[in-house]
Design a protein. Sequence first.
Length: 275
Amino acid sequence: MATYAIGDIQGCYDELRRLLDTCAFDPAHDRLWLVGDLVNRGPQSLEVMRYLHGLGERVIAVLGNHDLHLLVVAAGVRKPHRGDTLGPLLAAPDSDELLDWLRRQRLMHVGDGYAMVHAGLLPQWNIAQALALAREVETALQHFSYGEFLKHMYGNAPTQWHDGLEGYDRLRVIVNAMTRLRLCTPEGVMEFSHKTGLKGMPAGYLPWFDVPGRASRETPVLFGHWAALGLMLRPEALGLDSGCVWGRRLTALRLEDRRVFQCGCESVKSSGDPQ
């Protein structure tokens, strides 16, 4: 049995299937770990969702910002963005079933010596604390009144975690860190405007994984979200978003030996800026 961690798919179904063929993925025995952003910007979000849903327990996925955006749009909380490609999925006869499956996915996963989250972890969170905080958001998403949570989920404030946070402010910080974070100060103040690589970062900010003394550093963290960063494989932090939806590559990492598999995505080129 092998476990393949895969970067942001974003509706690129044909590329996903070609990558799995390259890996010789066996759905009867192997597992897929997905770092989030399963849907949107690419042309085949419906096909991606149907395929992953059909794999059942062979898939462990964490939610990304585009996945949450899909849930928000489906709930009527916000209108689609200009660059969204979610129409066929929202109009599909099995849309409700697929959306219910997505809503029940995790915000963070820990197992086999790894942690997995879409974007990042704040420097003061150790793995156990972060996992417990993720469960708070998952509980809100899976509650029958989850629409109320979605109405209050967006916003950049508070920009920093403290243990006394309550209610929607508390949940919003957790969501922002785990699905949007790229840069923060050593004290954990988040910054959301920077979307390019490691050059040109605002003064005083660092990539979340480079903060000295980060409490989660003892466990390797798998993440996506940062297409401009590209594939990054460090002992303690493994960035897997290699920009498939931007015409670059889709990446799988076999966790047992850290072997990298990739397929080209030259036929896919979303408009706009990487997010």
